[in-house]
Ligand binder design. Structure first.
Ligand SMILES: Nc1ncnc2c1ncn2[C@@H]1O[C@H](COP(=O)(O)OP(=O)(O)OP(=O)(O)O)[C@@H](O)[C@H]1O
Ligand SMILES: [Mg+2]
Length: 506
C-alpha cells in the first residue's frame, strides 16, 4: 500500500526524549507516508505519547530530529507543528470548558470573516456542525463545552483536528472514551482521511482497531522501537508478544463465584433528565455489567449511587433503605466509585502516587489523628507493585505518569478503602493488555471475596467476559437484563441500540 519509493511526508530520525534521568524514548525512527495509517503500539509507559509529542512540536527531542518533506524541521510548539500540517488529537482532554464548541473548534486558527471584517460566526457554526455531523453528533455548537459528557468532548476534539486540514493527524487513544457506535464512525473517518492522502498515526490499546485501519505497526517497548512491519505480517498474539515481551495466555478471568445476599438494591431510581425508573438488585460476589451507548445514563446512575447527584426513588444497602446524599454517605455505606474521567474526577495530578493512593483511605493509616508515614508508604508501595505502576518511585507526581499508569493509581486508590460495593466506570480505559488482564484478575478476586461489583463498560468484550449478568440501558431507561447464558454481542448490541422491540421493560 505504501509505495516505499515515495518520499515520506514527515519522519522521526533517531528521536529521543529524556526528562532528567528518565529516558522516555530513544533512537526512534519512523517514516510517515501520505494515505497510510501507522499504529504506535506498546504497553503503558512504552513511550508512545512522548514520541507523538516530539512529532507535533509539544516536546523538543533531546536527540535526533523531525523531518518534514525531507527537510529537517525545528518545531518549537504545537503551533509550529500545525503550521507544518501536523495536528494532534491528544490523549487527555484539552478543551476550554467555559468556551463554546465552535470557539473551541476554531481556537488558535484563522477564523473566517464577513465582508465587513467581523468574525463570521454563522459560517464557523455551519462548518462546526457539519464536521460534528460526520461524527454522528448533532448538538447546538454554541453550547459551552463544560456541559458535554466526556465522550462528546472527545468527539469535539476529533472534530477540531479534522477542521485543521492536516497532512498528518496523530490520534492518541482517540477511542478510549467512545462506545462501539462512535468507534465505528471514527474508524470510517480514518479510512476517509487515508483516501484523501492524510498520513495517520494511530495510538490505541484496542488491538482490533489497529488491525482494522492501520497499514503498518510500529511497536515500542521501554522507549525503543522493537518492530516496524506491515500489519499483514502480525497476528494479534504476535503483536501482544512483541509489546509485552512474553506471550499472554488469557486476557479475561472469570471464575465461578457463589453469590450471597442482596448488597445493593435500587428501586425506581430517577434523576432527570439523565435516567428514570431504574430498578435492579446486586448480590454479594456478583458482577453486574451495565452496557449501553453514550448518553444512556450509565455514569449518571453511578454518580447518583455515589452521592454526586440528587435522585428520587430508593437505594437499599443490605436491605435497609439508605439516603446517599453525599460522597461521605456513600463511603459510610461501603460504596466506592472509580470514575471514568481520571484527570478531573479521580486524581490530584500534582500530588505523588503515594499521596493519591492514601488520600482515599485516610483513617486507615491514622493513629491519634496523624497520618502514619510508614503505613502509608507501605500500602502505597504494595498497591503500586500490585498494579505494576511503571514510572519513577511512588514519590513521583502523578502528572508525569503515562495515561495508563495514572489509571492504575486510580484503581489502587479506589480499592484502598476495602469497599463492599464497588462501582467501576470504564476501569480499563487507556490501559495496556498486560495491565488489563491484571485488572480483570482483580475484579474477579473482588467478586470472589464477596464484594458486589457494578461494572460499567463500553467495551462489549469486557462486559461479556466479566459479568454474571448484564443490564442494558438506553436513553436513561433500563431496557433489559441478560443472564450469563443469554449473553451474545448481537443481543446486547441490539438492546443498547433499540433495534429490537423489547417486551419486558425492567
Ligand atoms: N513530563 C515527564 N516527566 C517525567 N517523565 C515522563 C514525562 N512524560 C513521560 N514520562 C515518562 O516517560 C515514559 C513514557 O511515557 P509515555 O506517556 O510516552 O507512555 P505511553 O506509551 O504513551 O503510555 P500509555 O499507554 O500509558 O499512554 C513513562 O515512564 C513516563 O512516566
Ligand atoms: Mg500515552
Amino acid at each position: 500500500m505504501s509505495g516505499q519509493a515515495r518520499s515520506p511526508v514527515c519522519a522521526l530520525r533517531s528521536v529521543g526524549k529524556q526528562f532528567g534521568p528518565v529516558v522516555a524514548c530513544e533512537g526512534i525512527s519512523i517514516e510517515l507516508f501520505a494515505g497510510e495509517a501507522v499504529a504506535l503500539a506498546g504497553e503503558n509507559g512504552a513511550g508512545k505519547s512522548t514520541t507523538a509529542k516530539c512529532l507535533y512540536g509539544y516536546y523538543s527531542p533531546t536527540a535526533g530530529h523531525i523531518e518534514v518533506d525531507g527537510q529537517e524541521a525545528t518545531l518549537r510548539s504545537p503551533r509550529d507543528g500545525e503550521a507544518a500540517g501536523i495536528v494532534v488529537i491528544p490523549q487527555e482532554l484539552d478543551l476550554f470548558p467555559e468556551l463554546s464548541i465552535v470557539e473551541n473548534m476554531f481556537m488558535g486558527q484563522e477564523r473566517p470573516r464577513t465582508k465587513i471584517g467581523t468574525f463570521d460566526w454563522g459560517r464557523m457554526k455551519k462548518t462546526a456542525q457539519d464536521i460534528l455531523a460526520r461524527l454522528g453528533l448533532r448538538l447546538d455548537v454554541s453550547l459551552p463545552v463544560k456541559l458535554l459528557s466526556a465522550a462528546n468532548c472527545k468527539l469535539v476534539e476529533i472534530a477540531r483536528a479534522l477542521n485543521r486540514n492536516a497532512r498528518v493527524i496523530i490520534m492518541d487513544e482517540p477511542t478510549a472514551a467512545l462506545t462501539d457506535r462512535e468507534v465505528r464512525r471514527l474508524l470510517s473517518i480514518v479510512c476517509d482521511l487515508k483516501a484523501q492522502g492524510v498520513a495517520v498515526v494511530y495510538i490505541s490499546h484496542r488491538l482490533d482497531e489497529i488491525f482494522e485501519v492501520c497499514d503498518r505497526i510500529v511497536v515500542l517497548r521501554d522507549g525503543k522501537t522493537v518492530g516496524d512491519k506491515p500489519t499483514s505480517e502480525f497476528t494479534e498474539s504476535s503483536l501482544v508478544k512483541m509489546m509485552v515481551g512474553r506471550p499472554l495466555e488469557s486476557l479475561f478471568t472469570h471464575s465461578p463465584h457463589p453469590t450471597g445476599a442482596v448488597a445493593l438494591e435500587v428501586k425506581s431510581l430517577t434523576s432527570s433528565p439523565s435516567f428514570r425508573d431504574v430498578s435492579f438488585q446486586l448480590r454479594r460476589g456478583e458482577i453486574l455489567g451495565i452496557s449501553g451507548l453514550i448518553g444512556a445514563g450509565r455514569s449518571e446512575l453511578a454518580h447518583a449511587l455515589f452521592g454526586l447527584r440528587p435522585y428520587s426513588g430508593q437505594i437499599l444497602v443490605d436491605g435497609t433503605e439508605t439516603k446517599v446524599r453525599s460522597v461521605s454517605d456513600a463511603f459510610a455505606n461501603g460504596i466506592a466509585y472509580l470514575p471514568e474521567e481520571r484527570r478531573s474526577q479521580g486524581l490530584i495530578l500534582p500530588f505523588s502516587i503515594q499521596e493519591n493512593i492514601s488520600l482515599a483511605s485516610l483513617g486507615r493509616f491514622t493513629r491519634f489523628g496523624l497520618v502514619s508515614d510508614k503505613k502509608e508508604s507501605d500500602f502505597a508501595h504494595k498497591a503500586a507493585n500490585d498494579f505494576t505502576v511503571v514510572g519513577a518511585g511512588i514519590d513521583a507526581a502523578v502528572s508525569v505518569l503515562s495515561g495508563g499508569n495514572q489509571q492504575k493509581v486510580l484503581i489502587a486508590k479506589t480499592l484502598a478503602r476495602n469497599p463492599r460495593i464497588i462501582i467501576l466506570d470504564e476501569p480499563t480505559r487507556g490501559v495496556d493488555v498486560g495491565a488489563k488482564s491484571e485488572i480483570y484478575k482483580i475484579i474477579d478476586d473482588l467478586a470472589r471475596q464477596g464484594c458486589a461489583v457494578l461494572l460499567i463498560s463500553s467495551e462489549l468484550n469486557e462486559v461479556l467476559a466479566m459479568s454474571d449478568r448484564i443490564l442494558v440501558m438506553r436513553e436513561g431507561v433500563a431496557v433489559q437484563t441478560f443472564e450469563r447464558n443469554e449473553f451474545s454481542p448481537e443481543a446486547i448490541g441490539a438492546a443498547a441500540a433499540g433495534q429490537k422491540v423489547v417486551s419486558d421493560v425492567a
